[in-house]
Ligand binder design. Structure first.
Ligand code: TYM
Length: 375
Protein backbone atom coordinates (compact mmCIF):
# COMPACT_ATOMS: atom_id res chain seq x y z
CA UNK A 1 0.00 0.00 0.00
CA UNK A 2 1.12 3.58 -0.62
CA UNK A 3 2.84 4.63 2.62
CA UNK A 4 0.65 7.41 3.95
CA UNK A 5 1.05 9.16 7.27
CA UNK A 6 -1.03 8.09 10.28
CA UNK A 7 -3.16 11.20 10.38
CA UNK A 8 -5.01 10.78 7.08
CA UNK A 9 -6.12 8.15 4.57
CA UNK A 10 -6.73 8.63 0.84
CA UNK A 11 -7.74 5.65 -1.29
CA UNK A 12 -10.46 5.35 -3.95
CA UNK A 13 -12.73 3.91 -1.22
CA UNK A 14 -11.79 5.91 1.85
CA UNK A 15 -10.79 9.50 2.52
CA UNK A 16 -10.51 10.48 6.16
CA UNK A 17 -8.53 12.73 8.47
CA UNK A 18 -6.92 16.04 7.75
CA UNK A 19 -5.55 15.45 4.25
CA UNK A 20 -2.18 17.03 3.48
CA UNK A 21 -2.53 17.64 -0.25
CA UNK A 22 1.11 18.67 -0.73
CA UNK A 23 2.22 15.45 0.83
CA UNK A 24 -0.17 13.52 -1.40
CA UNK A 25 1.45 14.92 -4.55
CA UNK A 26 4.75 13.51 -3.35
CA UNK A 27 3.36 10.17 -2.24
CA UNK A 28 1.35 9.59 -5.42
CA UNK A 29 4.13 10.99 -7.62
CA UNK A 30 1.92 13.52 -9.44
CA UNK A 31 2.88 17.05 -10.54
CA UNK A 32 1.62 20.31 -9.07
CA UNK A 33 -0.08 22.62 -11.56
CA UNK A 34 2.65 25.25 -11.86
CA UNK A 35 2.81 28.69 -13.45
CA UNK A 36 3.77 27.46 -16.90
CA UNK A 37 0.86 25.05 -17.20
CA UNK A 38 -1.48 27.64 -15.72
CA UNK A 39 -0.42 30.16 -18.38
CA UNK A 40 -1.00 27.61 -21.11
CA UNK A 41 -4.47 26.83 -19.77
CA UNK A 42 -5.32 30.52 -19.57
CA UNK A 43 -4.07 30.98 -23.11
CA UNK A 44 -6.44 28.31 -24.40
CA UNK A 45 -9.48 29.02 -22.24
CA UNK A 46 -9.21 32.81 -22.00
CA UNK A 47 -9.65 32.82 -18.23
CA UNK A 48 -8.19 31.73 -14.93
CA UNK A 49 -11.06 29.47 -13.84
CA UNK A 50 -12.03 29.72 -10.15
CA UNK A 51 -11.10 26.15 -9.16
CA UNK A 52 -7.68 26.55 -10.78
CA UNK A 53 -7.15 30.04 -9.39
CA UNK A 54 -7.89 28.82 -5.87
CA UNK A 55 -5.71 25.72 -6.18
CA UNK A 56 -8.70 23.37 -5.82
CA UNK A 57 -7.65 21.69 -9.07
CA UNK A 58 -4.02 21.58 -8.12
CA UNK A 59 -2.26 18.49 -9.45
CA UNK A 60 -1.90 16.64 -12.75
CA UNK A 61 -0.19 13.97 -14.80
CA UNK A 62 0.81 14.81 -18.38
CA UNK A 63 -1.59 17.72 -18.79
CA UNK A 64 1.14 19.37 -20.88
CA UNK A 65 0.98 16.47 -23.38
CA UNK A 66 -2.78 17.01 -23.67
CA UNK A 67 -2.20 20.66 -24.54
CA UNK A 68 0.59 19.71 -26.95
CA UNK A 69 -1.78 17.42 -28.83
CA UNK A 70 -4.51 20.02 -28.75
CA UNK A 71 -2.11 22.58 -30.23
CA UNK A 72 -0.94 20.17 -32.91
CA UNK A 73 -4.55 19.56 -33.94
CA UNK A 74 -4.48 15.92 -32.84
CA UNK A 75 -7.23 16.59 -30.34
CA UNK A 76 -7.96 14.78 -27.09
CA UNK A 77 -10.95 13.30 -25.27
CA UNK A 78 -12.02 13.33 -21.64
CA UNK A 79 -13.14 10.53 -19.36
CA UNK A 80 -14.56 10.65 -15.85
CA UNK A 81 -17.07 8.71 -13.78
CA UNK A 82 -19.16 7.92 -10.77
CA UNK A 83 -19.50 4.94 -8.45
CA UNK A 84 -23.29 4.82 -8.07
CA UNK A 85 -23.74 3.91 -4.40
CA UNK A 86 -26.35 6.55 -3.55
CA UNK A 87 -27.54 9.96 -4.58
CA UNK A 88 -25.05 12.49 -5.93
CA UNK A 89 -23.64 15.00 -3.44
CA UNK A 90 -21.95 18.35 -3.96
CA UNK A 91 -18.48 16.82 -3.68
CA UNK A 92 -19.10 14.62 -6.73
CA UNK A 93 -20.32 17.60 -8.68
CA UNK A 94 -17.07 19.53 -8.22
CA UNK A 95 -14.97 17.59 -10.74
CA UNK A 96 -17.98 17.38 -13.07
CA UNK A 97 -18.45 21.16 -13.03
CA UNK A 98 -14.78 21.51 -13.95
CA UNK A 99 -15.08 18.83 -16.64
CA UNK A 100 -18.04 20.66 -18.15
CA UNK A 101 -15.96 23.82 -18.14
CA UNK A 102 -13.17 22.04 -20.04
CA UNK A 103 -15.68 20.57 -22.51
CA UNK A 104 -17.09 24.05 -23.18
CA UNK A 105 -13.64 25.54 -23.68
CA UNK A 106 -11.99 22.78 -25.70
CA UNK A 107 -15.09 21.37 -27.39
CA UNK A 108 -14.01 17.78 -26.72
CA UNK A 109 -15.88 14.52 -26.20
CA UNK A 110 -16.53 13.17 -22.72
CA UNK A 111 -16.89 9.49 -21.83
CA UNK A 112 -18.64 9.00 -18.49
CA UNK A 113 -18.41 5.66 -16.70
CA UNK A 114 -20.97 4.47 -14.13
CA UNK A 115 -19.27 1.74 -12.13
CA UNK A 116 -22.35 -0.11 -10.93
CA UNK A 117 -20.19 -3.25 -10.79
CA UNK A 118 -17.74 -1.53 -8.40
CA UNK A 119 -20.40 -0.44 -5.96
CA UNK A 120 -21.92 -3.92 -5.97
CA UNK A 121 -18.53 -5.56 -5.39
CA UNK A 122 -17.36 -3.16 -2.70
CA UNK A 123 -20.67 -2.30 -1.03
CA UNK A 124 -21.86 -5.05 1.29
CA UNK A 125 -25.44 -3.75 1.40
CA UNK A 126 -26.11 -2.96 -2.26
CA UNK A 127 -27.62 -5.31 -4.84
CA UNK A 128 -26.78 -5.00 -8.53
CA UNK A 129 -30.28 -3.68 -9.04
CA UNK A 130 -29.63 -0.92 -6.47
CA UNK A 131 -26.39 0.19 -8.07
CA UNK A 132 -27.92 0.13 -11.55
CA UNK A 133 -30.84 2.27 -10.34
CA UNK A 134 -28.45 4.73 -8.74
CA UNK A 135 -26.43 4.85 -11.96
CA UNK A 136 -29.49 6.08 -13.87
CA UNK A 137 -30.36 8.44 -11.03
CA UNK A 138 -26.81 9.88 -10.98
CA UNK A 139 -26.82 10.18 -14.78
CA UNK A 140 -29.58 12.79 -14.36
CA UNK A 141 -27.16 14.93 -12.37
CA UNK A 142 -24.50 14.64 -15.04
CA UNK A 143 -26.96 15.60 -17.77
CA UNK A 144 -28.47 18.42 -15.67
CA UNK A 145 -25.05 20.08 -15.52
CA UNK A 146 -25.42 20.80 -19.22
CA UNK A 147 -22.85 18.57 -20.91
CA UNK A 148 -23.06 18.71 -24.69
CA UNK A 149 -25.39 15.93 -25.83
CA UNK A 150 -23.58 15.47 -29.12
CA UNK A 151 -20.22 15.02 -27.37
CA UNK A 152 -21.03 13.18 -24.14
CA UNK A 153 -21.49 9.45 -23.74
CA UNK A 154 -22.53 7.77 -20.49
CA UNK A 155 -22.36 4.01 -19.89
CA UNK A 156 -22.87 1.48 -17.12
CA UNK A 157 -20.22 -1.20 -16.70
CA UNK A 158 -22.81 -3.98 -16.52
CA UNK A 159 -24.60 -2.77 -19.65
CA UNK A 160 -21.68 -1.76 -21.88
CA UNK A 161 -19.86 -4.88 -20.83
CA UNK A 162 -19.15 -6.39 -24.23
CA UNK A 163 -16.96 -3.50 -25.31
CA UNK A 164 -15.46 -2.82 -21.89
CA UNK A 165 -14.68 -6.43 -21.09
CA UNK A 166 -12.58 -6.76 -24.22
CA UNK A 167 -10.43 -3.78 -23.22
CA UNK A 168 -10.38 -4.59 -19.50
CA UNK A 169 -9.02 -8.06 -20.24
CA UNK A 170 -6.01 -6.56 -21.99
CA UNK A 171 -5.36 -4.41 -18.93
CA UNK A 172 -5.94 -7.25 -16.48
CA UNK A 173 -3.41 -9.48 -18.23
CA UNK A 174 -0.71 -6.92 -17.41
CA UNK A 175 -1.63 -6.32 -13.75
CA UNK A 176 -0.48 -8.77 -11.11
CA UNK A 177 -2.20 -9.54 -7.83
CA UNK A 178 0.82 -8.17 -6.02
CA UNK A 179 0.45 -4.83 -7.83
CA UNK A 180 -3.18 -4.45 -6.73
CA UNK A 181 -2.16 -5.41 -3.20
CA UNK A 182 0.60 -2.81 -3.23
CA UNK A 183 -1.53 -0.04 -4.73
CA UNK A 184 -4.84 -0.63 -2.96
CA UNK A 185 -3.85 -2.55 0.14
CA UNK A 186 -5.93 -5.63 -0.82
CA UNK A 187 -5.47 -8.79 1.21
CA UNK A 188 -6.38 -12.43 0.70
CA UNK A 189 -9.83 -11.75 2.13
CA UNK A 190 -10.88 -9.28 -0.60
CA UNK A 191 -13.31 -10.78 -3.08
CA UNK A 192 -11.81 -11.51 -6.49
CA UNK A 193 -14.17 -9.07 -8.20
CA UNK A 194 -12.58 -6.20 -6.29
CA UNK A 195 -9.14 -7.32 -7.36
CA UNK A 196 -10.20 -7.36 -11.03
CA UNK A 197 -12.13 -4.09 -10.81
CA UNK A 198 -9.26 -1.67 -11.50
CA UNK A 199 -9.06 -3.06 -15.03
CA UNK A 200 -12.70 -1.97 -15.58
CA UNK A 201 -11.94 1.54 -14.37
CA UNK A 202 -8.86 1.67 -16.61
CA UNK A 203 -10.70 0.47 -19.74
CA UNK A 204 -12.55 3.72 -20.65
CA UNK A 205 -9.23 5.55 -20.84
CA UNK A 206 -8.53 3.45 -23.95
CA UNK A 207 -12.11 3.14 -25.20
CA UNK A 208 -12.04 6.27 -27.40
CA UNK A 209 -8.91 4.99 -29.17
CA UNK A 210 -10.68 1.67 -29.78
CA UNK A 211 -13.86 3.35 -31.04
CA UNK A 212 -11.96 5.76 -33.29
CA UNK A 213 -9.51 3.10 -34.45
CA UNK A 214 -6.65 5.51 -33.86
CA UNK A 215 -4.82 6.55 -30.74
CA UNK A 216 -6.06 9.69 -29.08
CA UNK A 217 -4.98 11.15 -25.77
CA UNK A 218 -7.40 10.97 -22.89
CA UNK A 219 -7.64 13.44 -20.00
CA UNK A 220 -9.26 12.32 -16.75
CA UNK A 221 -10.50 15.09 -14.45
CA UNK A 222 -11.27 13.70 -10.96
CA UNK A 223 -10.55 14.19 -7.28
CA UNK A 224 -7.15 12.87 -6.27
CA UNK A 225 -8.64 9.85 -4.45
CA UNK A 226 -9.12 8.09 -7.82
CA UNK A 227 -5.49 8.50 -8.90
CA UNK A 228 -4.31 5.02 -7.79
CA UNK A 229 -6.48 3.34 -10.46
CA UNK A 230 -4.93 5.47 -13.14
CA UNK A 231 -1.39 4.92 -11.98
CA UNK A 232 -1.99 1.30 -12.85
CA UNK A 233 -3.68 2.27 -16.13
CA UNK A 234 -0.68 4.43 -17.03
CA UNK A 235 1.76 1.64 -16.19
CA UNK A 236 0.12 -0.78 -18.61
CA UNK A 237 -1.00 1.68 -21.33
CA UNK A 238 1.97 1.65 -23.65
CA UNK A 239 2.40 -2.10 -23.28
CA UNK A 240 -1.08 -2.64 -24.75
CA UNK A 241 -0.63 -0.04 -27.48
CA UNK A 242 -2.19 3.17 -26.15
CA UNK A 243 -1.12 6.54 -24.75
CA UNK A 244 -0.86 6.85 -20.99
CA UNK A 245 -4.01 8.63 -19.76
CA UNK A 246 -3.42 12.14 -18.43
CA UNK A 247 -5.07 13.42 -15.26
CA UNK A 248 -6.04 16.65 -13.61
CA UNK A 249 -6.86 16.31 -9.91
CA UNK A 250 -8.86 18.30 -7.40
CA UNK A 251 -8.90 18.32 -3.62
CA UNK A 252 -11.86 16.83 -1.77
CA UNK A 253 -14.78 18.99 -0.69
CA UNK A 254 -14.88 18.48 3.08
CA UNK A 255 -18.00 17.35 4.92
CA UNK A 256 -20.13 19.84 6.84
CA UNK A 257 -18.62 18.34 9.98
CA UNK A 258 -15.39 20.15 9.14
CA UNK A 259 -12.95 17.42 8.22
CA UNK A 260 -12.90 14.34 6.01
CA UNK A 261 -14.54 14.43 2.60
CA UNK A 262 -18.20 14.93 1.87
CA UNK A 263 -19.35 11.34 1.81
CA UNK A 264 -22.59 9.60 0.90
CA UNK A 265 -22.13 7.42 3.97
CA UNK A 266 -22.45 10.50 6.20
CA UNK A 267 -25.83 11.82 5.02
CA UNK A 268 -26.32 14.48 7.70
CA UNK A 269 -23.07 16.23 6.81
CA UNK A 270 -23.36 15.96 3.01
CA UNK A 271 -25.68 17.87 0.72
CA UNK A 272 -27.32 15.75 -1.96
CA UNK A 273 -28.78 17.00 -5.22
CA UNK A 274 -32.09 15.46 -4.13
CA UNK A 275 -32.25 17.34 -0.78
CA UNK A 276 -35.23 19.57 -0.02
CA UNK A 277 -34.76 23.21 1.07
CA UNK A 278 -35.67 22.13 4.63
CA UNK A 279 -32.98 19.44 4.65
CA UNK A 280 -30.41 21.89 3.27
CA UNK A 281 -31.30 24.47 5.91
CA UNK A 282 -31.05 21.91 8.68
CA UNK A 283 -27.72 20.49 7.52
CA UNK A 284 -26.09 23.88 7.10
CA UNK A 285 -27.64 25.03 10.37
CA UNK A 286 -25.83 22.16 12.12
CA UNK A 287 -22.55 22.63 10.23
CA UNK A 288 -19.23 22.89 12.02
CA UNK A 289 -17.89 26.45 11.95
CA UNK A 290 -14.83 28.29 13.15
CA UNK A 291 -16.90 30.35 15.57
CA UNK A 292 -16.07 30.99 19.21
CA UNK A 293 -18.05 29.47 22.08
CA UNK A 294 -20.01 32.66 22.78
CA UNK A 295 -21.16 35.66 20.78
CA UNK A 296 -19.18 37.99 23.08
CA UNK A 297 -16.01 36.01 22.59
CA UNK A 298 -16.47 35.93 18.82
CA UNK A 299 -17.13 39.65 18.63
CA UNK A 300 -13.93 40.18 20.61
CA UNK A 301 -11.55 37.56 19.17
CA UNK A 302 -13.13 36.78 15.80
CA UNK A 303 -13.68 33.38 14.19
CA UNK A 304 -11.42 31.02 12.27
CA UNK A 305 -12.45 30.60 8.60
CA UNK A 306 -9.67 28.07 7.97
CA UNK A 307 -11.41 25.37 10.01
CA UNK A 308 -14.96 26.47 9.15
CA UNK A 309 -16.93 24.16 6.83
CA UNK A 310 -19.32 26.97 5.86
CA UNK A 311 -16.40 29.08 4.67
CA UNK A 312 -14.96 26.07 2.84
CA UNK A 313 -18.20 25.62 0.88
CA UNK A 314 -18.13 29.23 -0.16
CA UNK A 315 -14.47 28.89 -1.08
CA UNK A 316 -14.79 25.63 -3.02
CA UNK A 317 -18.02 26.29 -4.92
CA UNK A 318 -20.43 29.00 -3.94
CA UNK A 319 -18.54 32.34 -3.79
CA UNK A 320 -16.73 32.85 -7.06
CA UNK A 321 -15.97 36.52 -6.38
CA UNK A 322 -12.53 36.64 -4.73
CA UNK A 323 -13.01 40.10 -3.23
CA UNK A 324 -16.33 39.14 -1.60
CA UNK A 325 -14.76 35.99 -0.21
CA UNK A 326 -11.78 37.94 1.14
CA UNK A 327 -14.10 40.49 2.74
CA UNK A 328 -16.07 37.74 4.46
CA UNK A 329 -12.84 36.24 5.73
CA UNK A 330 -11.66 39.57 7.08
CA UNK A 331 -14.99 40.28 8.78
CA UNK A 332 -15.04 36.83 10.34
CA UNK A 333 -11.53 37.18 11.73
CA UNK A 334 -12.34 40.66 13.02
CA UNK A 335 -15.50 39.46 14.77
CA UNK A 336 -17.67 41.68 12.57
CA UNK A 337 -19.91 38.83 11.41
CA UNK A 338 -21.22 35.81 13.26
CA UNK A 339 -21.67 32.25 12.09
CA UNK A 340 -25.44 32.58 11.70
CA UNK A 341 -24.96 35.17 8.97
CA UNK A 342 -22.55 32.99 6.97
CA UNK A 343 -24.81 29.95 7.41
CA UNK A 344 -27.74 32.00 6.14
CA UNK A 345 -25.78 33.14 3.08
CA UNK A 346 -24.61 29.61 2.28
CA UNK A 347 -28.13 28.21 2.78
CA UNK A 348 -29.48 30.70 0.24
CA UNK A 349 -26.74 29.93 -2.28
CA UNK A 350 -27.03 26.16 -1.94
CA UNK A 351 -30.83 26.19 -2.00
CA UNK A 352 -30.87 28.30 -5.17
CA UNK A 353 -28.31 26.06 -6.83
CA UNK A 354 -30.05 22.81 -5.87
CA UNK A 355 -33.55 24.08 -6.74
CA UNK A 356 -32.37 25.09 -10.20
CA UNK A 357 -30.46 21.83 -10.57
CA UNK A 358 -33.53 19.80 -9.61
CA UNK A 359 -35.56 21.44 -12.37
CA UNK A 360 -32.85 20.54 -14.89
CA UNK A 361 -32.72 17.05 -13.41
CA UNK A 362 -36.42 16.58 -14.11
CA UNK A 363 -35.95 17.65 -17.72
CA UNK A 364 -32.95 15.34 -18.03
CA UNK A 365 -35.27 12.34 -17.57
CA UNK A 366 -36.55 12.85 -21.13
CA UNK A 367 -33.12 12.70 -22.76
CA UNK A 368 -31.17 10.07 -20.79
CA UNK A 369 -31.22 7.62 -23.67
CA UNK A 370 -29.68 10.20 -26.01
CA UNK A 371 -26.56 10.17 -23.82
CA UNK A 372 -26.20 6.41 -23.38
CA UNK A 373 -23.46 4.45 -25.08
CA UNK A 374 -24.59 0.90 -25.83
CA UNK A 375 -22.95 -2.22 -27.20
P1 TYM B 1 -17.12 8.46 -6.78
O1 TYM B 1 -18.52 8.12 -7.13
O2 TYM B 1 -16.63 8.16 -5.42
O3 TYM B 1 -16.87 9.98 -7.07
C1 TYM B 1 -17.22 10.59 -8.30
C2 TYM B 1 -16.25 11.73 -8.55
O4 TYM B 1 -16.28 12.65 -7.49
C3 TYM B 1 -15.01 12.75 -6.89
N1 TYM B 1 -15.29 12.96 -5.46
C4 TYM B 1 -15.11 14.15 -4.87
N2 TYM B 1 -14.61 15.30 -5.33
C5 TYM B 1 -14.52 16.32 -4.46
N3 TYM B 1 -14.92 16.25 -3.17
C6 TYM B 1 -15.44 15.11 -2.66
N4 TYM B 1 -15.82 15.06 -1.39
C7 TYM B 1 -15.56 13.98 -3.53
N5 TYM B 1 -15.99 12.70 -3.38
C8 TYM B 1 -15.82 12.11 -4.57
C9 TYM B 1 -14.28 11.49 -7.23
O5 TYM B 1 -12.88 11.67 -7.24
C10 TYM B 1 -14.80 11.25 -8.64
O6 TYM B 1 -14.09 12.05 -9.56
N6 TYM B 1 -14.67 4.63 -8.93
C11 TYM B 1 -15.17 5.98 -9.13
C12 TYM B 1 -16.01 6.13 -10.39
C13 TYM B 1 -15.20 6.30 -11.63
C14 TYM B 1 -14.36 7.39 -11.93
C15 TYM B 1 -13.79 7.11 -13.19
C16 TYM B 1 -14.08 8.59 -11.24
C17 TYM B 1 -15.11 5.43 -12.67
N7 TYM B 1 -14.27 5.90 -13.62
C18 TYM B 1 -12.92 8.01 -13.79
C19 TYM B 1 -13.21 9.47 -11.84
C20 TYM B 1 -12.63 9.18 -13.09
C21 TYM B 1 -15.97 6.41 -7.93
O7 TYM B 1 -16.45 5.61 -7.16
O8 TYM B 1 -16.15 7.78 -7.85
Amino acid sequence: MIPLPDDFVVTPWEVSGDVDYDRLVEMFGTQRIGDELTSRLIKHTGEHQTMLRRGIFYSHRDMNLILDDHEKGNGFVMYTGRGPSGHTHLGHMMPWIFTKYLQDKFGVELYFQMTDDEKFLFGPDLTLKDTKNYAYDNALDVIALGFDKSKTRIFLDTEYSHMLYNIAMKVAKKVTFSTTKAVFGFTNSNNIGSIWFTSMQAAPAFLPSVLKEKNIRCLIPCAIDQDPHFRIARDVAEGIGYFKPALIHCKMLPSLAGSDKMSASLPTTSIFTTDSPEQIKKKIGNAFTGGAVSVEEQRQNGGNPDICSVYQYLYYIFEVDDSKLEERRRKCQAGEILCGECKGELTTQVTNFITDHQEKREKAKDVVEDFMLRD
